[in-house]
Design a protein around this ligand. Structure first.
Ligand code: PRP
Length: 197
């Protein structure tokens, strides 16, 4: 592809092709793919020869997990948990209910929790506590996105894709009212799209 075509493609991905509700693309498909590759390489190096279980947190993490696991060039198992936080008004309360638990035993195994986004950090703190009580060999966290401005507890992902501003983001697994998860990029939602909902 010549540079003109490549520039056009980039423009398309930056905006023109976005669904109407997306104000602008924050992270393009290419930027995400590059970062996921780097994260996969770092994880491959760190977990070489170890019994690694990736724990994807439904539903937002599915796309990131699917891409990340293919960039990890050492054998991995994969499992899922689904949790729901009891909200107090519009903010999370820190109380999390397990809707789907792991199928695999994690005792003496190396666990890497895979999240799409860390916001207040309350979900992650709860998950780490729960999983730690099951005596894994280690627990790490890989998150695609982090909103440090929103953090309520002191928790930092071991593998992080991008720190982002406190904007309403959707796509690449992230939803608003279960929509937009299939967008290939991370975009900022227009206020109209969630204020009218
Ligand atoms: C999101 C995200 C994390 C959690 C982060 O899940 O996937 O699990 O919120 O928020 P916190 O740091 O404030 O606890 P969500 O409840 O939106 O569910 P989903 O993944 O099914 O969309």
């Amino acid at each position: 592809m010549d540079s003109t075509n490549s520039a056009l493609l980039y423009e398309t991905e930056r905006g023109v092709d976005a669904v109407d509700d997306v104000q602008r693309v924050l992270l393009s498909e290419e930027e995400i793919a590059r970062k996921v590759k780097q994260l996969g390489a770092a994880i491959t190096e760190d977990y070489q020869g170890k019994d690694l279980v990736l724990v994807g947190i439904l539903k937002g993490a599915i796309i990131f997990l699917a891409d990340l696991m293919r960039e990890i060039k050492t054998p991995v198992n994969v499992d899922f948990m689904a949790v729901s936080s009891y909200a107090e008004g519009t903010t999370s309360s820190g109380v999390v209910r397990i809707l789907k638990d792991l199928d695999l035993s994690i005792e003496n195994r190396h666990i890497l929790i895979v999240e799409d986004i860390v916001d207040t950090g309350l979900t992650l703190e709860y998950l780490v506590d729960i999983l730690r009580s099951r005596h894994p060999a280690s627990i790490g966290v890989a998150a695609l996105l982090d909103k440090p401005d929103r953090r309520l507890v002191d928790i930092i992902p071991d593998y992080l894709g991008f720190s982002i501003p406190d904007e309403f983001v959707v796509g690449y697994g992230l939803d608003f009212a279960e929509q937009y998860r299939s967008l290939p990029y991370v975009g900022i939602l227009k206020p109209d799209a969630y204020q009218d909902a």
